[in-house]
Design a protein around this ligand. Structure first.
Ligand code: SAH
Length: 355
């Protein structure tokens, strides 16, 4: 018997590829072509209930209902920014856990930032997602459904997906790969690999594995510091993998995929925003096919990290530009709506606990 992904001890129907769904449908005694119909209901028409699958027999719907889990995230709270219309969604999973996702509207299309885990165990000092550790990994269906629900609720077509919400995607590698395959599938939302970004704090062996898959997705590395000593004070993962090892893995990724790497660098006042840091970063990245995304750190109340001054941010950017490194300052989206990673969920849980 084939082992299918499970949710709540039942087959997790939305995490199945079309091939797996065909085998599954045959295993419960129905015709193979029903799988394509069901796949379309789940991944193109985005149903949340088998009752909506009108071309499937009542008998099959009954079997599915009894035998499977159909992931349909429950929106608990939606906050829309008055500044830029960025919308932040708080969703409840089948087991009561909460996750958050963000819809950002750009000129070139709509981008959704999804979570890959409930919480995170990486412990980055500036990040709200990790304050209570990692509760569990998300199944592929639970990553997909963040996009499906946002598309259904907002009525907006999603063209870009970034795995940059709560969680470390490389710490939930197999499910993230399956998620990318489903998201990219022609019979699903068919989001092109070039429009998908995976962001990691730098789990080196997984970067090599991902490179060998030869996807055309964008790899983003959360660097945040130009030397190991400083990086260790900001990100515990730096004790495990050095910047040198990360750079070698990135070179390998570029050689396999021909894709430009994105480096994220959150600027923290007096910590990593100095001229010396900018010079070290230039030395590190010169000549590499890459792009640097400067993010003014979004302060969280549990930590004392402050955002860099405008002047320091501008100087940092200028220094990189002068040395011909592609650099942009990330536009701060949704500052008025708990914009930083994991903030909405954390604030919600903390306040509910007090009540
Ligand atoms: N674990 C992955 C993806 C999630 S975090 C990673 O580390 O890349 C997405 C990005 O937001 C990372 O670059 C992370 O370092 C950054 N980030 C998290 N909290 C932040 C904050 N308060 N201010 C600015 N950037 C933050």
């Amino acid at each position: 018997m084939e082992e299918y992904p499970k949710l709540n001890n039942k087959t997790d129907i939305k995490s199945l590829s079309l091939g797996e769904l065909e085998n599954y449908i045959e295993s419960i005694g129905d015709k193979k072509f029903r799988a394509a119909q069901l796949y379309q209901w789940l991944h193109e028409k985005l149903v949340t209930d088998y009752e909506q699958c009108t071309n499937l027999s009542k008998e099959l719907r009954g079997k599915l209902e009894a035998d499977t889990s159909l992931t349909a995230l429950k929106p608990i709270k939606v906050q829309v920014s008055e500044i830029d219309k960025t919308a932040k969604y708080l969703f409840e999973l089948w087991d009561g856990n909460l996750i958050e996702s963000v819809l950002m509207k750009y000129h070139h299309g709509n981008s959704v930032c999804i979570s890959s885990q409930v919480g995170c165990r990486m412990g980055c000092r500036f990040c709200a997602s990790t304050l209570d550790g990692c509760v569990r990994n998300l199944n592929p269906s639970e990553m997909l459904d963040q996009i499906y629900r946002i598309q259904s609720l907002s009525g907006e077509r999603v063209s870009n997906v970034v795995i940059m919400g709560s969680g470390e995607p490389m710490d939930n590698y197999d499910n993230v790969i399956k998620f990318i395959e489903l998201l990219n599938s022609e019979k699903g939302l068919n989001i092109s690999q070039r429009n998908i970004t995976v962001s990691t704090c730098g789990i080196v062996p997984r970067i090599y594995e991902l490179a060998d898959r030869n996807y055309q997705i964008t790899l983003a590395i959360s660097l945040h510091a130009p030397n190991d000593e400083l990086r260790k004070t900001m990100m515990p993962i730096a004790n495990k993998y050095s910047i040198d090892e990360i750079m070698k893995a990135c070179q390998y990724y570029i050689s396999r995929t021909n894709r430009r790497i994105s480096f994220e660098y959150s600027l923290v006042k007096g910590v990593n925003d100095t001229g010396e840091c900018a010079s070290q970063l230039v030395n590190l990245l010169s000549g590499m096919n890459c792009h640097v995304n400067l993010i003014p750190v979004n302060p969280i109340k549990e930590r004392d990290y402050e955002q860099s001054e405008h002047k320091a941010i501008a100087e940092f950017k200028n220094k990189l530009e002068k040395c011909r490194i592609n650099v942009t300052i990330r536009r701060e989206m949704g500052r008025d709506i708990d914009g930083a990673c994991g903030q909405l969920r954390k604030n919600y849980i903390d306040n509910v606990d007090i009540d």
